[in-house]
Structure formats: structure tokens, C-alpha cells
Design a protein around this ligand. Structure first.
Ligand code: GRF
Length: 200
């Protein structure tokens, strides 16, 4: 199996839960660990309910990530998926897993990305600007905020005056539909590149 996935999450964990469920019976990949920085995060219960281990981390672990990197390597981590993780990853961690860290952002990057643009702040800004389109971006994480190579985007049109809550609901629908399948496709592609089948 080439798909040992570690999820990083700070919040309710609805995306994380779907990813755990998506890969539960998969021979391709599975979620081996959930990492969280928030002791009150809903994702902790969701992981425990599913028998997935949880590792709590502190600011210190992110400032001095050597131990965390060691733990992730020991867990055989192939992919790190940020599913609503609200802290910036330290450069050392990003460098330790090049092109192996994936984030989902609730807008069509580069629009509404960067500092302070997370959760409801994104949808409020979209609403304020009377944007006619929003969506999701799944991208690799590099050392710059929300600027890694884009893997996938899906959009939804917005009619005039649509409320931030409704914008969020539509974006969440896109997340529910696409996040886990896009991860599966990446893992599949990578497994194929590592062990290409002999043509017959
Ligand atoms: C999602 O909207 C995701 O796009 C963003 O954070 C939110 C996480 O929600 N990065 P949940 O914890 O998965 O419910």
C-alpha cells in the first residue's frame, strides 16, 4: 500500500471524516493518523469513533518540528492532507514531504487566499465583493501561503445577493463531492508511477 494518509485538522472535521470513510475499505490507501492542534476540535471524536489514532500537537511542535517529522516518518506517511488545519506548516515539515502535502481551500485560488482568509472570512469577502463565482481549490502545499501548485478546482455560480451562509453551504457541497476522490486519484497515479504495469 502506497497510501498512508495523515490528516491535519483543527475544526469540526467533516472533510476529515469523509476522507477516513472513503478509504476505510480501500486497498489503495488509508488514514493512519489524525493530527490536531486544537483540544476542542470535533475531529478528535470523529477519529476516535472510527478507530483512527489522534496526535495532539502544540505551537512548540510546529516551531520545532523535528519530533513531529520523525513521528510522521515512523508512521510511514506518504501523504499529509490538511483538512481545515488552521496553522501554517513549518518550512522544515513542508521540505520533508515535497509534493506530498495537500490542502483544500474554500475559494477559487488565487482569489480569496492568503493571510486571514479561512472559513467564514472567505465567504464573507466573496459576498462583499458580489462575486459571481466561487468554489474550491485543492493544491499542493509549499512554503508560501495558499500558493502551491493547483491540483483541482470546482466552481459554483452565485446569483446576486446570496448570503455568506449559503455560499458556505454550496462550497461545502463541492468539498463533499470532490475532496476524497481527488486524493484517491493522486494516490492511484503515484502508485502507478512507482509500479507501472508491464504492458501485455
Ligand atoms: C473547510 O471549509 C475547508 O475548506 C477549510 O476549512 C473547512 C474545514 O471544515 N480549509 P471541516 O472541519 O472539515 O468541517
Amino acid at each position: 500500500m502506497s497510501g498512508h494518509i495523515v490528516l491535519f485538522a483543527s475544526g469540526s472535521g467533516s472533510n476529515a471524516a469523509r476522507i477516513m470513510d472513503h478509504f476505510r475499505d480501500s486497498s489503495l490507501a488509508r488514514v493512519v493518523l489524525v493530527v490536531s492542534n486544537n483540544p476542542k476540535a470535533g475531529v478528535i471524536g470523529r477519529a476516535r469513533e472510527r478507530g483512527v489514532g489522534v496526535r495532539m500537537i502544540s505551537s512548540h511542535d510546529l516551531d520545532r518540528p523535528e519530533e513531529l517529522i520523525g513521528l510522521l516518518k515512523e508512521a510511514g506517511t506518504d501523504w499529509i492532507v490538511l483538512a481545515g488545519f488552521l496553522r501554517r506548516l513549518p518550512p522544515g515539515l513542508v521540505r520533508a514531504f515535497p509534493q506530498r502535502i495537500i490542502n483544500i481551500h474554500p475559494s477559487l485560488l488565487p482569489a480569496y487566499g492568503g493571510r486571514g482568509m479561512y472559513g467564514h472570512h472567505v465567504h464573507e469577502a466573496v459576498h462583499r465583493d458580489r462575486a459571481t463565482l466561487t468554489g474550491i481549490t485543492i493544491h499542493y502545499v509549499n512554503e508560501a501561503y495558499d500558493e502551491g501548485e493547483i491540483i483541482f478546482q470546482a466552481s459554483t455560480p452565485l446569483e446576486p445577493g446570496v448570503a455568506p451562509e449559503e455560499i458556505e453551504a454550496r462550497v461545502r457541497e463541492l468539498e463533499a463531492r470532490y475532496f476524497a476522490p481527488v486524493i484517491e486519484e493522486l494516490v492511484r497515479r503515484e502508485a502507478h508511477n512507482a509500479h507501472p504495469k508491464d504492458p501485455d
